[in-house]
Design a protein around this ligand. Structure first.
Ligand code: NAD
Length: 342
């Protein structure tokens, strides 16, 4: 079917610097003529009564209906008995895979200059099953749950992503040498999915998690798309963010059943809120992942090239990456650059 010409996207600006960086994304998308209407939902975490879900049914229905959502950072209220925000979103929207592309950004000084990796993390089970108990004082058991359904689904998505985004290889990361049954099942599923895609031109490889960690810090250029169980993905995706300059620059997308929720992975930055100093790059790059998913690649390409050029020129930069510019100045610079590159 042809892609629709106009999209509605659910927007959760979030707390802290969230509204400031969301405004920046909206201005840039507007200037790039991206055919999106925003359906904005303000989640007031402080207004929610104890025991209540933080995200309303109406807001969740909006994402389900639109198929796309963009989420800014949200403060997590501590000790009020709410179901965690991320847990609610994950469960209600069936967010089964977290995808984090990490690409070296020209002009942003880091130890590595040739990073171009994508972490696809299983997002629903593994060590995050929440099943822990005290056997007797001093001894605790925690259950790691791996299912065939979730493993097949996330590996299938990794291949789909690799094909759609012209990647060369998918690497399944595991520790089946020790966790023979659980990671063994994950690996078996990865092999099965790879077999199904053997004519796709995508290479397949398996790698122990410890070897993957070592390779990522010695020669990250050797890795491409990586798919792995939940906990490994949690750690490796942050490691990859570190390779390219930190969480302020890395996009993230959550794939759900019939929907996608793009989000910045950093927090609400309470120390700089309201000062027009926040870096909107991570939220913007997450929104670009969403555009590519909508097949709005030309717009995504133009915006991305403009961001990279502005960062490479190094004149207009926010404080977190060594500059002195405001969020507004940085946003203006990207918009001006788009006009030049168009
Ligand atoms: P944080 O990411 O908010 O801040 C850590 C440091 O990074 C701060 O110095 C901050 O100024 C800086 N920083 C983060 N994002 C930035 C940006 N875009 N531009 C410039 N600087 C940036 O982490 P924290 O202080 O541990 O958490 C603060 C709040 O955010 C907490 O309530 C936490 O629960 C919440 N949080 C939410 C999410 C989310 O919604 N996904 C993720 C992490 C933390």
């Amino acid at each position: 079917a042809a892609a629709p010409s106009q999209y509605t996207v659910t927007l959760f600006p979030g707390d802290g610097i969230g509204p400031e960086i969301a405004e920046s994304v909206k201005r840039i998308f507007n200037a790039a003529d991206v055919p999106i209407t925003w359906d904005t939902h303000i989640i007031d975490v402080h207004a929610a009564k104890p025991g209540e879900d933080l995200i309303s049914k109406e807001a969740l229905d909006s994402v389900r209906r639109n198929g796309f959502g963009l989420k800014g950072p949200m403060a997590t209220p501590i000790g009020k008995g709410h179901r965690s925000l991320n847990l609610t979103l994950r469960k209600e929207l069936g967010l089964y895979a977290n995808v984090r592309p990490c690409v070296s950004i020209p002009g942003v000084d880091t130890l590595y200059h040739d990073v171009d990796v994508v972490t696809v993390r299983e997002n629903t089970e593994g060590e995050y099953s929440g099943l822990e108990h005290v056997v007797f004082p001093g001894v605790v058991e925690s259950l790691k749950v791996i299912t065939r359904d979730a493993s097949m689904r996330v590996c299938e998505y990794a291949f789909e992503y690799a094909i759609q985004n012209n990647r060369k290889r998918v690497t399944a990361v595991h520790k089946a040498s020790v966790m023979k049954l659980s990671d063994g099942l994950f690996l078996e599923c990865a092999n099965e999915v790879a077999e199904r895609h053997k004519d796709s031109g995508i290479e397949f490889q398996t790698l122990l998690i410890d070897n993957a960690a070592s390779l990522l810090v010695s020669n990250p250029a050797l890795l491409d798309v990586m798919v792995m169980p939940n906990l490994y993905g949690d750690i490796i995706s942050d490691l990859c963010a570190g390779l390219i300059g930190g969480l302020g620059l890395t996009p993230s997308g959550n794939m759900g059943t019939g929907c996608m929720l793009a989000e910045a992975v950093h927090g609400t930055a309470p120390d700089i809120v309201g000062q027009n100093r926040a870096n909107p790059t991570a939220l913007l790059m997450s929104a670009l992942m969403m555009l590519r998913h909508m097949q709005l690649r030309p717009q995504a390409q133009l915006i991305e090239r403009s961001v990279y050029t502005v960062l490479q020129e190094g004149v207009v930069r926010t404080g977190d990456i060594g500059g002195t510019s405001t969020t507004t100045e940085y946003t203006d610079a990207i918009i001006r650059k788009m006009d030049q590159l168009r």
